[in-house]
Design a protein around this ligand. Structure first.
Ligand SMILES: *[C@@H]1O[C@H](CO)[C@@H](O)[C@H](O)[C@H]1NC(C)=O
Ligand SMILES: *[C@@H]1O[C@H](CO)[C@@H](O)[C@H](O)[C@H]1NC(C)=O
Length: 292
């Protein structure tokens, strides 16, 4: 509510400054949002109406504003009067700027866009004695990235009666890819998920497919397809559910522990026998009491 009020308050003075006309510049970008697939080229167009078109002194700048705070504002390219164009080093070779003073248009072309080019772009025009009105305009560019091949893995032990999770995660992809799991039997026949598998199809933020109380029948191939509006990629997990095995590591540990206990007992008995020889019988009784 209060924000809306403030916006309106700001609009009033800008109307006043625009309405008198003819002494103020008007910069605009007709298209408010651009979309491109990564690797493609994109052309952003900005138009400007100077208050005094005869004035040939002009500086037109395109800047890239980060979508998330913390990143820096980057100057992409600047046009100076007499057709001097300066492309920022970070954009050298892949940004091209044209300004047509008769058409009152500027075109910024970005080639081979990447996810890092998903930004807000501002076109600003500076002309001496023509700084009232709207000297800047912005638009946004969303670069769509197809999902990278997902990394899939099994969390937990693939043994009878265990609960496990299958994970599927694409490192890249914009918008965020959605994983969809399909299962095939050991004979490679498609099948539905067992009924006690929570939720089907599975679409959750952790990219998990949870399987509860697994049995041998759940062995097979699990295919996760990670999809967004510009592509998809999949992985193929083989799940082989085994009988619960005696954990060899822990068995060895128990045997070792028992053996160590016996050795300790042996040493104690040995010490007591020696004490029996050296000292009186009360001491012996005391030691045995402690041990029991
Ligand atoms: C797990 O599955 C077995 C059969 O495979 C069943 O006997 C057992 O009751 C199940 N356990 C739970 C906790 O659902
Ligand atoms: C998954 O892999 C198995 C063996 O590696 C193969 O037989 C099966 O056809 C694959 N499934 C898909 C859908 O790619």
């Amino acid at each position: 509510m209060s924000e809306k009020h403030i916006n309106w308050l700001f609009l009033i003075p800008s109307f006043i400054s625009v309405l008198p006309c003819c002494r103020s510049i008007e910069v605009s970008i007709p298209q408010k949002n651009y979309r491109a697939v990564s690797g493609d080229d994109i052309t952003l167009t900005c138009s400007f109406i100077p208050a005094r078109p005869d004035n040939k002194l002009i500086v037109l700048t395109w800047e890239a504003y980060p979508l998330k705070s913390g990143d820096k504002i980057k100057t992409v390219a600047t046009y100076f009067s007499n057709n001097v164009v300066d492309i920022a080093p970070a954009y050298e070779g892949r940004a091209f700027l044209e300004v047509d003073l008769n058409q009152q248009m500027s075109v910024l072309r970005l080639t081979k866009v990447t996810a890092q080019d998903s930004r807000s772009y501002q076109c600003s025009v500076r002309i001496p004695n023509d700084d009232e009105g709207t000297p800047t305009a912005t638009t946004s560019l969303l670069v769509l990235v197809p999902p990278s091949p997902p990394v899939c893995s099994i969390q937990g032990r693939a043994e009878y009666w265990q609960d496990i999770s299958l994970t599927c995660k694409s490192e890249e992809g914009s918008p965020k890819p959605v994983p969809v799991w399909k299962s095939y039997s050991v004979d490679n026949l498609p099948r539905r998920f067992p009924r006690y598998c929570k939720g089907w199809p599975i679409i959750n933020p952790q990219h998990f497919l949870s399987l509860f109380n697994i049995s041998r029948e759940m062995s097979g191939f699990y295919i996760c397809t990670s999809t967004n509006e510009v592509g998809s990629a999949s992985c193929n997990l083989t799940l082989a559910v085994m009988p619960p095995s005696m954990n060899i590591g822990s068995t060895a540990g128990i045997i070792g522990g028992v053996l160590a206990g016996f050795v300790f007992l042996g040493i104690l008995i040995f010490c007591c026998c020696r004490k029996k020889g050296n000292k009186d019988k009360n001491a012996e009784g005391y030691v045995w009491y402690m041990f029991m």
